[in-house]
Ligand binder design. Sequence first.
Ligand code: HSE
Length: 289
Amino acid sequence: MLKIKTPASTSNLGPGFDCLGLALDLYNSFDVDLSEEDELIGVDEAFNNENNLFLKAYHLGMKQIGLDDHVRVSFHTAVPVSRGLGSSSTLIVGGLLAASALHNDALDKDHIFQLAAMMEGHPDNAAPCVYGGFCASFRDEEGNFFTRILTFSEDFKITLFIPDFEVETANARRILPDVYPRKIAVANASKAILTVKALVDGDLELLKKCAKDELHEPYRRTLISEYDEVKKLFIKDTDGVFLISGSGSTCIGISKDYFEESSALSALKHHWQVKEVSFTNKGAMAYEV
Ligand code: HSE
């Protein structure tokens, strides 16, 4: 049997909207075998159909390979759904990698990345999910995706604040403006460049100055109940930086010391799971078991 493991990811990292992403040491795994017909085991009823992203990606991969066969998949998932942690990328990359690995590695990593980013519509979760690490990506005028892996500083501690409510990415994109003034475009581009520098160097002072987004965070924070309260508690305790992970609802704290005031969160209306995570340089993997 083949085992596929795909990492969660946090994306945007403030002003790096739709281009920065970091793989996290938190994996979904899938046990995969060829089968007479498609069979999904261990998925919620709502996802047990042909629209399942793993299955759609598997068949897209098979189409590229020029074959079509079926797959039995057992899901062992740890990445929360609709929480801004790249769970859809874990499924899409998982399905594409399954198609490839079951057919003599017919798709190389770049091919898997291109297809996954195309299915997602943006490359910032797909890149770290495929390659691992801290990825900066973009889409060119022809629609091809590019990515480069940067070195994320070992000095930063990453804390996830995962609330008990979901935010659908489609909704969180719909509320964003289509057009921004030049002043905001310039501010965001400059801040994104120096956010990368700060994350590579482990420079918290620089990060505090420049990880301030104007493209998505001002709009999306309205979708995240108690965002201000949790942010205030995190910054007071760690003097770190508090950002929306992907399109939310999870928020991510980046600091030099871990957050120690979890008990203060119990006074809030929602349950916020506090999870310390490391980044990982290991992207999606497939191996025989
Ligand atoms: N960059 C995307 C967004 C990530 O913020 O909408 C969502 O998966």
